[in-house]
Design a protein around this ligand. Sequence first.
Ligand code: ATP
Ligand code: MG
Length: 294
Amino acid sequence: MTDRLRIALQKKGRLADDSFELLKKCGLRFAIRGGGLLARVKNMPIDLLLVRDDDIPSFVANDAADIGIVGENVLVEEQLVSREGLDAEITMRLGFSRCKLSLAAPNDGDINNTEQLNGTRIATTYPGVLGNFLKERGISAKSVEMKGAVELAPSIGIAESICDLVSSGATLEANGLSAFETILESEAVLIQSGRKLSADKQALLNKLMSRIDGVIKSSETKYIMLNAPKDKVAAITELLPGSDSPTIIPLAGKDKLVALQAVCTENIFWETLEDLKALGARAILVLPIEKMMS
Ligand code: ATP
Ligand code: MG
């Protein structure tokens, strides 16, 4: 039995690059070369298993991997379609690859709400989640299972509507479809089975999860520096997202001005900068934070 922590990841696709990047930001050093199923991490006892995303939940459930990174949509689907039940659960939400599994129909057609699906055909790659939803809502419709290109189903006449993943909505729009109901919201998640890990592996997993937490937090956290009129410090602090006590530093030769520095735990948008400027803030700098540990 290997004592290296085995992580199942999507080999290629929408989840792959962000998963690799997350692990690299956590300090794992590895190289992905075409073809191979396995990538060894050079500086830690970790192996990466590179597979199709649909296989990740069963890899974890069947002890081919200790943990996996997969879209929540895939986990839920595999749990619903697996007859004997699947021993894989979410350990941590990862915040990237956010998307929705939505119902959509042609803009110029008759269907624009869920009740109208009765007696129709719905094309999908997610028969488990769709079937479960239809059952809960008491709708009888036929689900037509496809492996891909679901958005083409209405135009080629094999279904009246579709149930597919949507992020920006651009693919739907390009195919003359619009979404009318969300049946599942999804993001990338770290999954694990109920099996107990060896003490060494568990310690390594805890370390990895604490680093992932730091990466997620620091990606949303910014350091802001600005000069402000002394009498506006309170109003300016109010505007800074998620920062309660900024550092205030006097400015040489300027009685009425101070320098203000703060860690903001949420993203700072252009609108916030414009509001800060309107309050008299000047020389505003927003800096990324590379690493964080609290
Ligand atoms: P594989 O070859 O590994 O089976 P796939 O074709 O099934 O890949 P991808 O299209 O690469 O899957 O998507 C992987 C995951 O990325 C999805 O399951 C979903 O969680 C996430 N995702 C994020 N945004 C989108 C989107 N707009 N469309 C589809 N998937 C998205
Ligand atoms: Mg897949």
